[in-house]
Design a protein around this ligand. Sequence first.
Ligand code: BDP
Length: 686
Amino acid sequence: EDGYRLWLRYEPVSGAVRSENRRTAAALVVASPSPLARSAHDELRRGIGQMLGRAPADRATVDRDGAILLAALGSPMLARTSIDAARLGAEGYAIRSVRLNGHAATLIAARDGRGLLYGSFALLRRMQMRQPLGKLDIVDAPRLPLRMLDHWDNLDRSVERGYAGQSLWDWQRLPLWRDPRIDDYARANASVGINAAVLNNVNGNADILTAPWLAKVATIAGQLRPWGMRVFLSARFSAPREIGGLPTADPLDPRVRAWWKAKADEIYAAVPDFGGFLVKANSEGQPGPQDYHRTHADGANMLAEALAPHGGTVIWRAFVYAPDNGDRAKQAFAEFQPLDGRFARNVIVQVKNGPIDFQPREPFSPLFGAMPRSRVALEVQVTKEYLGFATHLAYLGTMWEEVLRSRTDRPVAGARVADTLAAMAGVANAGTDRNWSGSQFDQANWYAFGRLAWNPDGSARSIAEEWVRMTWGNDPRLVDAIVPMMMGSRQAVVDYMTPLGLAHLMGTSHHYGPAPWVADLARPDWNPVYYHRAGRDGIGFDRTATGSNAVAQYAPEVARRLADRAAVGDDALLWFHHVPWTWRLDTGRTLWAELVHRYDRGVATVVRMRATWDGLRGRVDPHRHAEAAAFLAIQEQEARWWRDACLAYFQSVSGQPLPAGTRPPAHPLAWYEALRFPYAPGQPRP
Ligand code: BDP
């Protein structure tokens, strides 16, 4: 047991539940064959076989009690059921306990193979959670049509910001080698409804668009297809120059437009269901339309035009920030909001959850709801670049729930981020590690991403519970211990890294560990001191009207709350306000004392998490238990490091004494400043 099976462990069922399950899952009838229905069939056989010790028998028709019937709309077998096609949509499903030909059966109905696949996984999930299978009447459909993982995988198999080994794509052995691991990757994604993957890094390499690489991509696409997944590629904007022999990549140049059209035709010849391009342009040194004094819309629309005849989509990222442009938090909005209405129909603008960059906590990006005439995707980071890499236990379901439920009050009063979306994308955390995600608990973030992309109103807690039951077991002692531990884990990271709305205090480039003192990087907005603005007088970034006025980018009623130091809430306080050290919070503590309190609280939570986990020894298999225990020990050590280094630094700036009873940092500030790291994974490569 090493975590390879993820949440698809299909542990044996025992006792009365097994007898009930065996009666309900005795036979399998595929009324509407297709490659996806075949995947569903295979998974049901695998899952039920493992759980019940007996795989269901394949039957041509319902001729006994206990059949599971997979039927697409239009199948004669659905003639006498009243399935509401409208509620199913393109990818939804119904699961219903019915009587057919005089026999008790469980019907899984859907428009086509996609819904049959998702419905099959839903049935298996119920079985894994030991829920009864009789009297089912379920309809479920994804709210967002595009639920996508973005891999930041380089063509040399290194993974930018990856903490789980190498890239899953074995380029050297492709295109002829179909790695079975890719089938398992696709199964895992299908089980949570993820239906697309961008294979390569947004910091792009144009080579991926050349014929030899496209042949490799085609093999991967062929493995993902039976599991309902489409392949996208990151497209480097300068590709026409780099691999096309053109002197320019100007999006308005007819030669450039013709080149991309021909390229799209070539790609679709190799991958007929190709999803489209993801583009990072004019951001962190990547080429883009602005190199030719064109807009993001010009660039996106040019690619959209090339893909449109094939039904492809351009995902254009709004992650931009230029030097000397004032408050970095304002830049994506400033560049993109004015372009609302100028993007082609098959363009989706992909916006990171917060205005800066995947920090442990950010307020939601003001772009959500502010581009009502565009399709907008929410981009979150599943890999934990800023939350302690793979060794820190931080369940991100709570973070994503927080952003999805944030009220934008735009375009209409009461609207939340979840209501403004056309898609969700997650920067993947899967790699070649046996446990896929670098740690057992990071699997939960992959799982939660998929579940929330399927239903952005989903509850982080119920998703955690599902995952725990399937991954660790249904023993209530496990569930009752692990779910609360996960639910508090992200707040713990916020507390010991960047409490009270602080952000971007981590080490240069590798982002490993604390470095709030860094002030010497070339661009102001690369330096932690730019973000926290701590001085004798106080700490925090004034984003109200007296400062950068970033609050004005939000809907007026939201802006009013954010601009009010008393109403903004502790979690975003220093994000929006520069606050004197002695200012008193609702907690009764001064800001300085509250900061110390939060750092301590973060460490204390990790100490408790360790104790909880230790208490489960013997209740989970030894290998996975030991791995998680060791990582929690690392997390505790690093939480103390963060706390001590940050308090030593902030105290040196504030001149405030540590509140009575506070443990002083273990070392002087200079000791923390002198730490060097010869190796940290995932750093960008030139
Ligand atoms: C930042 C990462 C960087 C990515 C960038 C992006 O540090 O490696 O290239 O995001 O999203 O957070 O493009």
